[in-house]
Design a protein around this ligand. Structure first.
Ligand SMILES: CC(C)(COP(=O)(O)OP(=O)(O)OC[C@H]1O[C@@H](n2cnc3c(N)ncnc32)[C@H](O)[C@@H]1OP(=O)(O)O)[C@@H](O)C(=O)NCCC(=O)NCCS
Length: 328
């Protein structure tokens, strides 16, 4: 009898695979609910005019999608020979060699493209996933954490002095919604500030960061249906945008908010601005009846992790970044 993995057919991803992909993710990560729409968004949030990628699905003998995988250039720190690779197998089909087949397939494709570095990731408490990556020669190089704030437990009042310090420094906390009313042409200036802050965040990747394209920012951070224009907080000093902390809705859990970038321009740090911004996000969540805020930070981002801990965020298991250096 042929080995199970040999009966698996690997083919290009199709538009109608996102339901199956989402089920595979939920089966592997039941504590992180997501919708097919969110999976599709992740796929679409990628500039194929600038970068390469390939997604594949793995079908069993009955034509059911039981696993999927992908490789892609790294938009946040582009290098032509560096790629992300990711494989997930439905938990009911683990340990049958399916992940190995997919990973071999994707690494083979990357070899043809001349990849020199391949990056992947796995959760620290998923020893099957970390063992899988190590078996392929991947080595740990960084860690990041998700942190979750139970909104009811947070007590923003005890941090009022930060809001006062930011105000004393001449900073006004506003929202994207209010700024659009005040200055209808504010978006390019906010984009510029966003990009400057985004690339000044501590990076785990050894390459320099690549700025996000204006059109992609508009589409995903301003005009997307999950964006909350009144939950996109901005710190303004005169006409200059110096900080931001934005919240986005999630489809799969309507009472949870996803924290986007929280950042302050380097020359405005140390004035309580990030804490003041985060306090506004907590107030927003409370006022609008949300249960939880989820955020994701690199273990290198000590200032942000400290603010989150202070506000009552609870750290979740780490995600480990792995790298495989391809040798000629
Ligand atoms: C990682 C993952 C893709 C592996 O898929 P899989 O089809 O179960 O893997 P395979 O059957 O090909 O296993 C290959 C090897 O990985 C290691 N491995 C897999 N599961 C393991 C487990 N439960 N315990 C220890 N080692 C394990 C073993 O070395 C195994 O070889 P062996 O069976 O000969 O001992 C799967 O666990 C998964 O979907 N995890 C969630 C998604 C994820 O975290 N992906 C990150 C990696 S890109």
């Amino acid at each position: 009898m042929p080995h199970i993995a040999e009966q698996i057919r690997i083919r290009a991803l199709r538009e109608d695979d996102f339901d199956a992909i989402t089920q595979i993710e939920i089966a592997n990560f039941p504590d992180t609910p997501r919708s097919a729409e969110e999976s599709r968004d992740k796929y679409q949030h990628f500039d194929t005019s600038r970068w390469a990628r390939e997604w594949v699905a793995a079908e069993d003998e009955a034509g059911r999608v039981v696993a999927y995988g992908s490789y892609r250039h790294v938009p946040r720190s582009f290098h032509p020979d560096k790629y992300h690779v990711y494989v997930a197998v439905h938990s009911s089909r683990h340990r049958q060699g399916i992940g190995t087949r997919l990973m071999r397939h994707l690494l083979g494709r990357l070899g043809e493209r001349g990849a020199t570095r391949v990056i992947s990731w796995a959760r620290e408490d998923y020893s099957h996933s970390t063992a899988f990556l190590r078996r392929f020669g991947f080595e740990e190089y960084a860690r990041a954490f998700e942190s979750r704030l139970p909104v009811e437990a947070a007590d923003p009042r005890q941090f009022a002095q930060y809001t006062q310090r930011a105000a004393d420094a001449g900073v006004v906390i506003t929202t994207l919604q209010d700024e659009l009313e005040r200055v209808p042409h504010c978006l390019p200036a906010i984009y510029q500030a966003h990009t400057a802050m985004d690339i000044s965040e501590p990076q785990d990747d050894p390459d320099l960061p690549t700025p996000l394209a204006y059109e992609l920012w508009l589409r995903d951070d301003v005009r997307h249906p999950r964006v909350l224009l009144d939950g996109y907080f901005l710190a303004r000093c005169g006409d200059l945008y110096v900080g931001e902390s934005a919240l986005k809705r999630t489809d799969a859990d309507p009472r949870a908010l996803r924290q986007q970038l929280t950042a302050v321009l380097p020359e405005f740090r140390g004035r309580g601005i990030a804490t003041a911004l985060k306090l506004h996000t907590v107030d927003y969540a409370r006022e609008h009846g949300y249960r939880e805020i989820r955020t994701f930070n690199s273990s290198r981002n000590a200032p942000m992790l400290a603010i989150n801990t202070k506000l009552g965020f609870v750290r979740q298991p780490a995600w480990i970044d792995f790298i495989r250096v391809e040798r000629a």
